[in-house]
Unconditional design. Structure first.
Length: 556
């Protein structure tokens, strides 16, 4: 009995250790429904301002009021000409001014930057104090809704407290209602996990200082910058969300509203995603399971044939492209900073011929072998010739395509990677030409290249027993345990080919006529064609010269 109690306590502590939560400080919240009526202003009501409204380096920000019945009557509510980014709240104490107390004004926030001038404007009605106190605080119609994300991005963090067994995993929770231009609530929070730990994050609210709690997703729309709403993968760093209250809050105005962010550690049990394909084309569904680590003894042949295994890759920032002086550098590899805001799963191996056959029922490869990479597949054969051609407009695929079938039988939106996701996964934190941490010494016959993949100068080394492409996983993996990112077969990416535009967040590529391919292949005798930064491309209809393959990704 004592043992049972002890085990129960240990189990409870183990679960608790995986979860942390933090509340914001209490503040005011107005859920009044959006109407065409004027915004009703009281001396205690604040106006949110942000120099992030306009693109480019800010030069000035001004919030002003103009009497709609007499344009000569004006007031400046807030002004900053420092040329630096500013944000916060301003209160217009109209009772201390000489302006009429019961008139209607246009309040405008104007931001002048190095590139443009942007403004938000709103009609505001000033009523006698007794009338104001008797009315609900009605939010104005949303203007420039598409700018909400830009506004959210610069919100300052406020003090918060964390509860639970793992202190400071979640901190800095703040909310800011975006009045007077919208009733949306902007939420900012910071996650500080252990290295490479991923969290499932949920959002809660309370209108009575935490006495009763509700899930924000159940009481409105929640828009996140990190992931979908079913499993909100969240890596280390500061993240943002925007919540739009539903109609149930149309008569709600409180001063003790709070937001709670809860993070549950998932990477300890979900480092690897495994799809069971053994049922083949006749299976109604493909079971999906998770592993915390590589099985004892390594990846068996099952994971290269009847199962498909993928590694969880954390979100992050890296330098995409090649540095000056890298052997084999091309002009289209300009180095620039890229931030990927969403963690994702990447195939540990290139898709093999047996895996492709189990999903589609076909075997298109020229050089046969169950555990060898499938080749002679085109971009369109993987995503479809109709809906699957629309990227980056959307991520839809044809139902009868490889990814259409895989999605239907797993319920998960598997796809090709973007070019930025591919290079991030390939590099695994390295900045060298190869993901082993080594550079090339030759553009052709290179010993360092021979360690990490099958290409033209090591086709006779016996690994995998073939003289073309070879069994996946025959060479050294990168730091994230991904094999054959260099050579074996070229891997299709989602993007069109085009020049880089510079620093970017979650880039989707340019417009063009050819789709990207990465990694190089067994058919090239150029080691430099297999570098992490090397960019290949081909017509999306092309089936390739026995060298076009692919790897499955899943962005959460």
């Amino acid at each position: 009995m004592k043992k049972a109690i002890l085990f129960s306590i240990v189990a409870l502590l183990s679960v608790t250790a995986l979860c942390d939560e933090a509340w914001s400080a209490a503040g005011s919240f107005d859920g009044s429904e959006i109407t065409a009526a004027s915004f009703l202003l009281r001396p205690t009501d604040s106006l949110f301002y942000s120099s992030a409204l306009a693109d480019g380096t800010p030069a000035s920000l001004t919030i002003g009021a103009v009497d709609q019945s007499d344009s000569t009557k004006t007031a400046t509510i807030f002004s900053d000409n420092s040329g630096t980014a500013v944000e916060g709240s301003a209160t217009w104490n109209y009772t201390a001014s000489d302006l009429p107390k019961n008139d209607t004004y246009t309040i405008t926030e104007t931001v002048v930057s190095s590139y443009e001038t942007k403004s938000l404007s709103r009609s505001v009605t000033i009523l006698p104090e007794p009338a104001i106190l008797a009315l609900l605080f009605i939010a104005g119609a949303l203007f420039l809704r598409k700018r909400v994300k830009a506004l959210v991005a610069i919100l300052a963090l406020v003090s918060a407290f964390a509860t639970g067994a793992k202190a400071d995993v979640v901190s800095g929770v703040t909310f800011q209602q975006m009045l007077p231009f919208t009733r949306d609530v902007a939420i900012t929070y910071t996650v500080t996990p252990a290295a490479n730990t991923i969290y499932d994050v949920k959002f809660y609210g309370s209108t009575d200082n935490g006495a009763t709690v509700f899930n924000l997703q159940d009481r409105g729309e929640l828009h996140l910058s990190v992931a979908n709403l079913n499993e909100t993968f969240c890596s280390a760093g500061t993240h943002k969300a925007v919540w739009t209250p539903d109609a149930s809050f149309s008569s709600t105005k409180v001063d003790n509203f709070k937001v709670k962010v809860e993070a549950t550690e998932i990477s300890s049990t979900r480092n690897y995603l495994v799809i069971d394909l053994s049922g083949g084309t006749e299976a109604a569904s493909y079971p999906v399971s998770y592993l915390s680590d590589v099985p004892s003894g390594g990846w068996s042949d099952d994971y290269k044939t009847t199962k498909m295994v993928m590694r969880l890759i954390p979100a992050g920032t890296y330098m995409m492209g090649s540095p000056e002086g890298e052997v084999g550098k091309r002009d289209n590899e300009t180095q620039h900073k890229v931030t990927l805001t969403k963690p994702f799963y990447a195939g540990v191996f290139e898709v093999t011929q047996k895996q492709y056959e189990l999903v589609t029922g076909s075997t298109p490869s020229e050089y046969q072998g169950n555990a060898r990479p499938v080749e002679k597949v085109s971009y369109k054969s993987l995503r479809g010739t109709d809906k699957g051609t629309a990227w980056p407009a959307n991520n839809e695929v044809d139902e009868d395509s490889f990814f259409g079938i895989l999605r239907a039988k797993t319920g998960l939106s598997f796809d090709l990677p973007t070019e930025a996701q591919w290079e991030f996964a390939c590099r695994a934190g390295t900045t060298t030409a190869l993901n082993s941490g080594k550079n090339l010494t030759s553009t052709t016959d290179d010993a360092n290249m021979k360690e990490v993949g099958r290409y033209g100068f090591n086709k006779e080394d016996g690994k995998g027993g073939y003289s073309e492409h070879t069994t996946v996983g025959s060479y050294l993996p990168n730091a994230w345990g991904l094999y054959d990112m260099h050579a074996n077969v070229s891997e299709w990416c989602l993007d069109w080919f085009g020049l880089y535009d510079g620093n970017a967040v979650d880039p989707k590529g340019a417009d063009g006529a050819s789709r990207m391919q990465r990694g190089g292949s067994w058919a090239t005798s150029m080691a430099s064609f297999c570098r992490s930064a090397r960019r290949g491309y081909d017509n999306p209809n092309s089936y390739g010269d026995y060298s076009n393959g692919f790897r499955v990704f899943l962005v959460q």
